[in-house]
Design a protein around this ligand. Structure first.
Ligand SMILES: C[S@@+](CC[C@H](N)C(=O)[O-])C[C@H]1O[C@@H](n2cnc3c(N)ncnc32)[C@H](O)[C@@H]1O
Length: 158
């Protein structure tokens, strides 16, 4: 499997899980948080999936050529600090695609990301993520049948 194949499978898994989220959330209130704007592709997809929800984006690196969210919904800085200041148990959905592809760096995500996601999600809310989120309050959910286990992750806040 080439790196291109691997990237395409990962992005397909991301999209296929996110596409199930409007039905999963149903009437659950709360905003969507996007961790990592990157090129804004996923943000653009989230806007199509959730035209009536607030989508707040957290990003540390601002690129001039990437379309930005409205100022009130764009939080610039390291989300370990910026997102930590946001209200507890409010978000309905958090999507976190902040891996670097470097194993040593990405392993450190497990030391802070699961606890941050668990704190920000409301009970019944969901986390969709590129890395696993081991935390007692985040219950792993079955993935759509098209997605291999460990390619992308879905959990619900208890
Ligand atoms: C893989 S890219 C996101 C790709 C995005 N889904 C897209 O559609 O392009 C990861 C992004 O997360 C951001 N990021 C990584 N760690 C972060 C942190 N601790 N705080 C804020 N942003 C972070 C990076 O700057 C990068 O833009």
């Amino acid at each position: 499997v080439s790196r291109l194949d691997s990237f395409i499978r990962r992005m397909t898994a991301q999209r296929d899980i996110l596409d199930t989220m409007p039905a999963r959330l149903g009437a659950l209130p709360g905003p969507v948080y996007e961790f990592g704007l990157g090129s804004g592709r996923t943000y653009d997809h989230l806007r199509q999936l959730f035209p009536d929800r607030r989508i707040v984006v957290f990003e540390s690196v601002v690129c001039e050529w990437v379309a930005r969210p409205p100022e009130a919904d764009f939080v610039i800085g390291d989300l370990r600090e910026t997102a930590a200041a946001w209200p507890e148990a409010d978000a309905a959905l958090i999507h976190a695609d902040i891996e670097t592809g470097t194993a040593e760096i990405d392993r450190t995500l497990a030391t802070w990301l699961p606890a941050l996601v668990a704190r920000l999600l409301r009970p019944g809310g969901y986390a969709v993520s590129g890395c696993p989120l081991p935390h007692p309050a985040l219950i792993a959910c079955p993935l759509p049948a098209s997605i291999d286990p460990d390619r992308y992750h879905l959990a619900q806040r208890s």
